[in-house]
Design a protein around this ligand. Sequence first.
Ligand SMILES: [Zn+2]
Length: 253
Amino acid sequence: MKVTFLGTGTSQGIPVIGSKHPVCLSTDNRDKRLRVSVWVQWEGASFVIDCGPDFRQQMLVNNVERIDGIFFTHEHADHTAGIDDIRPYVFRQGALPIYAHQRVLNEFHKRFEYVFAQENRYPGAPEVVAHQIDNTPFELKGKTIVPISVWHDTLQVFGFRIDCFAYLTDMKTIDDSELEKLKGVKVLVVNALREEPHASHFNLEEALEFINIVKPERAYLTHISHLLGFHAEVEKKLPKNVFLAFDTLTIDI
Ligand SMILES: [Zn+2]
């Protein structure tokens, strides 16, 4: 399996528009972070997790010719606002499968009404096949996808485990029953916003504590704010098996 980080930034991305913060002005490409998303590939399969406002750019930068579907973690705009740009895939491949909690699908019907409209459809509108995820594992292209339910303050969010890889973002807490599902994970991706605490995201300390509980072989941090600091400096402070993800980083699992 191959995982490519398409975006590793928090909701505003880095640089923040108009910001004079030193991290926003950094010339290190690893300090430029699009909104959070990953591309997961295995034999005969190509899936993206989340479809934020940078989706088009991410597909171009990483030359993603085909996707078999999109998994959604939750409905916040930094994870969903790019849906209109699935159209090139729809035109070539047909209606695109999407996988999300029923609450998220309901939200999509409101925000992207034209995507789901049955009548008077504009001919160029995106087409999707919606699949509801209900916190039970499902099979796709020869693998079992295990949803993991976590809390983003009081909002439920899905993470996903595929074999020994797990991807969790926008997480602040997790119930013990869900933590069980992470047993044996070798590569863990988890959000770490900044050093200061935040109501709905792990800060760096909480992310590292969580990694210590799960004990993967390797962990990667994502959903990063400019306030966390320069990539090159933060990286030096991390334990040996923990890495700051950056956009376009590809890992083999
Ligand atoms: Zn987010």
